[in-house]
Design a binder for this molecule. Structure first.
Ligand SMILES: [Zn+2]
Ligand SMILES: [Zn+2]
Length: 163
């Protein structure tokens, strides 16, 4: 797809620039990990990403994947979410360039993540910001519950993969 290609190109340029600015090595590993991140459409954890690199027989250590993800978060290439309750918080990541701001629905049974966009969120943000003299820069909104999908993993006999 052409659009995803140009988003990936923009992500690579941003990574290149940021590494240069910080005086960090522009290793091919970091770019390979970036490619993998931008080929995904899900909310993955660091382990998912590590396994995906393994499957592609790309030689990269677990530590490198974890560190690189943190670097991507710092550079605004990846968004980190903390899904879950206080007993079980899980970091999930998703690419951030080319994405609209959105909210999430997290199924507490099968741990799938769904996204939603609602223009009313923008209205609330502007409204609340103005009335409280607050420049809102970002927000996160997560709904927890149980999905009612027919193929939900919680239903007997289903073993869908987490999203
Ligand atoms: Zn579910
Ligand atoms: Zn998302």
């Amino acid at each position: 797809m052409e659009e995803s290609q140009s988003i990936l190109a923009a992500a690579r340029i941003r990574l290149e620039k940021s590494l240069l600015e910080k005086g960090l090595r522009r290793s091919s590993e970091r770019f390979a990990i970036l490619d993998e991140v931008y080929s995904r459409t899900d909310h993955f954890d660091a382990e998912d990403l590590y396994l995906a690199m393994q499957q592609k027989s790309y030689p990269v250590s677990r530590a490198t994947v974890y560190n690189t993800l943190e670097v991507f978060v710092e550079y605004g290439l990846v968004q980190r979410h903390q899904f879950g309750d206080e007993d079980n918080i899980k970091s999930r990541y998703e690419k951030s360039l080319g994405r609209q701001q959105h909210g999430h629905l997290v199924c507490t049974d099968c741990h799938r993540v769904k996204e939603f966009c609602d223009p009313r969120l923008h209205f609330i943000k502007t409204n609340v910001g103005e009335s409280l003299n607050f420049q809102v820069q970002s927000h996160s909104l997560v709904f927890y519950g149980e999905c009612t999908d027919v193929d939900c993993e919680t239903k007997p006999g289903n073993t869908s993969v987490n999203n």
